[in-house]
Design a binder for this molecule. Sequence first.
Ligand code: UDP
Ligand code: MG
Length: 237
Amino acid sequence: MSKISYVVPIYNEEENIPKLVQEILAVAPDISDDYEIFLVDDCSTDKGLELIRNLAEQNQKIRPLALARNSGQSAALSAGFQAATGEVIITMDADLQNDPADLRQMINHYGDYDMVNGWRFDRQDTLSKKIASKIGNGFRNWITKETIHDTGCSLKIMNAAILKRIHIYKGLHRFLPTLMRMEGARIIEVKVNHRQRQFGESKYTNWRRGVEGFYDVIAVRWMQQRYLKIEVKEEQL
Ligand code: UDP
Ligand code: MG
């Protein structure tokens, strides 16, 4: 199996970090013995970075990456993608809502597909968030002519070479399946477990997510329509 780079964006998740790392370390050897874990600190104001540094001292697979200022989830992910040395990149949230154990079944689809996207079919979130997410996914699918149930699920396995071709802008982490598809990726959705957030709090309000998402979906539609599919017929080198 290829080398895996785990990339986790982290902003004020100090209570979640020890268990998160424990859960990733428990599943990682079943996916591949060759791996690295990028814990990307998005300039947390809690003790998160200190914790990450301590964990990295105990385990060489853990690679701290700290942003100079709070730059948002997309930026934290993008920094991790650029630093990743694996052929496969796996992402998840730091809040323990995703269950890394799901990777054991998700990885079975990798190879036949270039992207395996989690689908939180039984979401453990507030009703308002579930409704907002349904509307968000529906709107995104309608405008981008997609059929993805859950673009917002952070648990994803992706081909690193394809992913690295995408220039990630703020907010675009919500459109990774569409952006990967534009680059030619074959995508499958796999139902995954979803847990309630026990510690820390969500960094978004439904309103903020909605407004940003509305603006971003127009940009992504534009990108789809303007995508250059160039086929060279003849070339003299
Ligand atoms: N996050 C981040 N920077 C931010 C906001 C969020 O790195 O400015 C991280 C956060 O710590 C978490 C992930 O991005 O690991 C998703 O955030 P959150 O769980 O708050 O979003 P939700 O799941 O509620 O949509
Ligand atoms: Mg979350």
